[in-house]
Design a protein around this ligand. Sequence first.
Ligand code: WTA
Length: 630
Amino acid sequence: MPDKTLTGDVTYPSEETVQQARVPRWEELAAEAEKDYLGFWAREASELYWSEPWTQVLDDSRKPFYQWFIGGKTNIAYNCLDRHVRTPHRNKLALLWEGEKGEFRSFSYFALRREVCRFANLLRSLGIKKGDRVTLYMGRIPELPIAMLACARIGAIHSVVYGGFTVEALAERIEDSKSKVLITCDGAYQRGKIVPLKQIADEALQRTGTIESVLVVRRTGQEVNMEQGRDLWYHELMNLPIANVDHPIEMLDAETPLFLLYTSGTTGKPKAILHTHGGYMVGTYTTLKYVFDIREEDRYWCAADPGWITGHSYIVYGPLLNGATSFLYEGAPTFPYPNRWWQMIEKYGINILYTAPTAIRGLMRFGEAWPNRHDLSSLRLLGSVGEPINPEAWRWYHTVIGRGRCPIMDTWWQTETGMFMITPMPSVPLKPGSGTRPFPGLHMDILNEEGVPVGANEEGYLVIQNPWPAMMRTLYNDPQRYVDQYWSKFPGMYLTGDSARRDEDGYYWIIGRVDDVIKVSGYRLGTAEIESALVSHPAVAEAAAIGLPHEIKGNAIHAFVILKAGQARHDHLTEELRSHVSHELGPIAKPEKIEIVDSLPKTRSGKIMRRVLKARALGQDPGNLATLEE
Ligand code: WTA
């Protein structure tokens, strides 16, 4: 039994939870990993298939450019599919899918592998080779994971752009990655409406010149423009003999790039986080296995979007590596009614639900009657990710959804970390709002400005002290920025960009970002991206964006703009600017409010002091203004 001496508001696991857990206890794994960290990861890695064994687990001779499983050859797509097709798992459901309109599709491991092989052959026929970049801009349909796995299979690098982004965000990501092929859909269903993905892609393609072919998956069926010689229908190509099921897989060096995922950072353009086949595979496999105690009979649902890291690691790769059954749902949680999710949990007998605090708060708003109408007794474990979960939402999730029986795995991690970093395991005592402790073997600390560890309950910079297999390898095309942004403030340590505190029990509490990243509904956006979308409007000279607390979204974007000289302030201008951001970047980035101002607080070197804007908006003291220009 776990010790019952923890301080504060603690929820201890029930006897039943402890007894039923089929994974070792946190303490046991932590002891193993502490004794021999590399041995621990090597043992995990050896549960997967390698055509050539590694000769070295970790190469830290060129830090911070760490490498893992040197000399090993593998392929993550082989481990996700082929490995299982050779076992009785062949007929097990790999992927269950429900469309917003209620359609259902499912794939056994055998069937999923077949589709992936056919897609891989198709990509080959379009001239895609190992190392080439392919951009995916799709809705939540099975073809998205299929396309990701097809890229992995041939050693191409996928770059998934979230379907909630629009023109400029897509164009920038295509341009930066120099993708040759774009895979998209005619449209995506969202709350009964069609998001015209192909149309948005067409507009984006006018701003970038690297794409040679566009593969279009038909989903919504409306008319779309197909450009001769560039655009191809997926379903037509899949009928051709080139989409053959025979696809000999190539084994790749462990450090072969697997994907790029663009994410917002402190300044300027989004950064392309690079992950590789070997280490990412071992990290996602291991963490999902232990944290969600994935079992043979489970139906597991990660309700994120595959277009973000959570979907990459824990809808697609982690579950398939574990031979699990992963559920994917196309639409919004509250469409057509606020019981949509609960209905599907009942219908499919979901055992594990992993979602974000913003979704919980959004559903909580509709009251208990909606979930109470459904049998949610299949649920065994719950998960949370993306932002700190407020205790009120935690309690609702725990009692109303989990009926007090299901522990909540509050997992802290990032696009950069690839895998869970601070997280409970099923029998760890929980405190609402804390992700508990680092995953076994990981060492983290909380430092003050001078790099000195702070005391219990004091706030500071959250850093990671030792490397881990699923860590990003670099920023694609920008290794210097990788070094500067993550490894320079406190030499030798990985800077997370979050502030946190650690209580007397060693439990971590994430406070929030300390950089210019805003988490809106769990989505990561950069102030720089929003500001640059605003100044791309002809009326705007300068802009500043900040995040302010919001009941459902966690944070909402507020923007301040200075108009160009001579620009008249007509009534609809702020509305027009909000729509402009939505058109350029995406509806998720649409500011809640835009204020037209005459000046912005700046430092003498011309940097906008967002801290001052934020304090003013919240009616707080802006603190030290010594560096303020005026
Ligand atoms: C925040 C998402 C508190 C944090 C997987 C981090 C969290 C950023 C949690 C990464 C959590 C993520 N509790 N905060 N459980 N999980 N965050 O790259 O600020 O989209 O730095 O990855 O989300 O966001 P990203």
